[in-house]
Ligand binder design. Structure first.
Ligand code: GRF
Length: 210
């Protein structure tokens, strides 16, 4: 049964349950929603994240989790991660999608969803991990070290930053006239397409299992 979404045209909406973790604008969440993928809940670690409004506009349940409320009361990051896992688990996800989630998750979270946590990163495998991937790629281009960058979607088995078994990649050429802004725009468009296609594939595969 499809739990959320539902477009009237385009590919069939796969069944399944996705919980999407966000921290910011949520353009990738929007791509999942617009594709009619079955997002059942959105969890943000920032109350102001615009992604929460996008979720609400699609009648998707939202949750806000606060690391500060944990550390202010003497609890640890692992305690927080265990709490986030509880919040996510309550929505019974088939996959947890990290779409612009800016908090490094420990095993207190990851061990609860083995092979079920999917991350999106705006760089190719083994290149430019971390929050400044696009700036780092653009700098590398200007220094003549690369001519293209890209996007990857990968599983998150452990606490490694932006690495883990790769599910899909796409390269994005860097054009001579590019600014950081124009490159960013092109990479984001590639992210939206790759994330939707990869998550759709995961759900289709899940359903096809005996
Ligand atoms: C994306 O570039 C994603 O790859 C990175 O953070 C950005 C989030 O963008 N981890 P948005 O919130 O989906 O618009």
């Amino acid at each position: 049964m499809t739990e959320a979404g539902g477009s009237t045209s385009g590919p069939a909406v796969p069944a399944g349950r996705l919980v999407v973790l966000v921290s910011g604008s949520g353009s990738n969440l929007q791509a999942l929603l617009d594709a009619g993928l079955p997002v059942v809940a959105v969890v943000s670690n920032r109350r102001q994240a615009y992604a929460l409004e996008r979720a609400a506009a699609h009648d998707v349940a939202t949750e806000v989790v606060s690391l500060k409320s944990f550390t202010d009361t003497g609890r640890t990051r692992r305690d927080f991660d265990a709490h986030v896992a509880d919040v996510v688990a309550a929505h019974r996800p088939d996959y947890v999608v990290l779409a612009g989630w800016m908090h490094l998750l420990s095993s207190a979270f990851l061990d609860r969803f083995p092979d079920r946590v999917v991350n999106l990163h705006p760089a190719l495998p083994g290149t430019f991990p971390g929050a400044h991937a696009l700036q780092d790629a653009f700098d590398a281009y200007r220094e003549g070290r690369i001519t293209e960058t890209g996007v990857m979607v990968h599983l998150v088995p452990d606490e490694g930053v932006d690495n883990g078994p790769v599910l899909a990649t796409v390269t994005v050429p860097i054009e001579p006239g590019d600014s950081l802004e124009s490159l960013t725009e092109r990479v984001h468009a590639a992210e939206h397409r790759l994330l939707v296609a990869t998550v759709r594939g995961l759900l289709d595969e899940l359903l096809a299992r005996p």
